[in-house]
Design a protein around this ligand. Structure first.
Ligand code: PEP
Ligand code: MN
Length: 335
């Protein structure tokens, strides 16, 4: 249920209403936007007398929200959420470039790539330390040591780091990580999502391989219901009947999610395409569609990468992609 308040109501009146709602056994999400103040009621609202609330002098309107995701719902929070990571703001009017290798391989590799992507315009450094590989015989990542190397690259460049968590028991290793990634394979690992909901770390939540947007939003809701509202959604391609590309980039997910939710939306063209020469085009498409950023796999030696070399672009190609994506954004902003 959503209570839209009249303009200019006093804080004490709002507090009184919030306290009354809480006394009904519900929790409240307060969104104070530039133009509107909205109270989102979460819990079993079936017993709430909607006419009683409608009759209050400070209330403009009351509507029921049928979607099961409440915290993530745009109706609960009409303005875009903007999530701060170091000096970078993700969401709203901002466009964020997250770049780095699929996996952290060595100190030299991650530090070299970090310096190069930073010079090319990256805002955050990505790199997998724990890798969810399809085959148990493939490189599984440097695990805790990989996180240490990411922190060294951060120290060197100042870039905040994004890295994937695969298991709840590893959470203590992520204390100094700036953004925790939940990979496609773990999008519905509910226990992991609940645990991340108890932290105050931004979470980059990737869409599952065959998940609907509603399921993605319900997974975001798991994190937010625990008290952590810093969720960034990531469209990374879904499984379809097509085999030319690794996955199918669902570009319509971007405008659809922008309507359904206030959370930032990042596109990962690398895992969507699986082919490095398509990454630039898909990044441009993401910028044109209204994404809040892209996450791109960049490697200094893609042919010899230990993971996902075929979809990794070089730092030079990344620099070109940044320039082009920025031009597209400027063109759109210029109307
Ligand atoms: C990754 O980002 O390296 C990764 C494994 O992504 P996904 O979960 O989208 O497959
Ligand atoms: Mn990868």
């Amino acid at each position: 249920m959503i209570i839209l308040l009249k303009n200019g109501v006093e804080k004490t009146q709002v507090d009184n209403l919030i306290n009354w709602v809480k006394s009904q056994g519900l929790s409240v999400h307060l969104s104070e936007g530039q133009f509107q103040t909205v109270l989102g009621l979460i819990g079993d609202v079936s017993g709430v007398d909607i006419d009683l609330i409608r009759g209050l002098s400070i209330v403009e309107n009351v509507t029921r929200v049928s979607e099961p995701y409440k915290n993530a719902n745009r109706k609960f929070h009409p303005d875009d959420s903007v999530i701060r990571v170091g000096d970078t703001k993700i969401g709203g009017e901002n466009f964020t470039f997250i770049a780095g290798p699929c996996s952290v391989e060595s100190k030299e590799q991650i530090c070299t790539i970090a310096g190069e992507v930073k010079a090319a315009g990256a805002n955050l450094l990505r790199g997998g330390a724990f890798k969810p590989r399809t085959s148990p015989y493939d490189f599984q990542g440097l695990r805790g040591d990989g996180i240490e190397l990411l922190l060294e690259a951060k120290e060197l460049t100042g870039l905040p780091i994004v890295t994937e968590i695969m298991d709840l028991s590893h959470l203590p290793l992520f204390d100094c990580v700036d953004v925790i990634q939940v990979g496609a394979r773990n999008m519905q690992n509910m226990e992991l999502l609940k645990a991340l909901g108890k932290t105050d770390k931004p979470v980059l939540l990737k869409r599952g391989l065959s998940s609907t947007l509603k399921e993605l939003l319900m997974s975001a809701e798991y994190i937010m219901a625990g008290g952590n509202s810093k969720v960034i959604l990531c469209e990374r391609g879904i499984r379809t009947f097509e085999t030319v590309t690794r996955n199918t980039l669902d570009i319509s997910a971007v405008p659809a999610l922008r309507e359904l939710t206030h959370l930032p939306i990042i596109v990962d063209p690398s895992h969507a395409a699986g082919i490095s020469r398509f990454v630039k085009t898909l990044s441009y498409t993401a910028a044109a569609a209204g994404a809040h950023g892209v996450m791109i796999e960049v490697h200094n030696d893609p042919q010899n990468a230990l993971c996902d070399g075929a979809q990794s672009i070089t730092p030079e190609e990344f620099a070109e992609t940044v320039r082009g994506a920025n031009k597209i954004r400027e063109a759109i902003a210029g109307g």
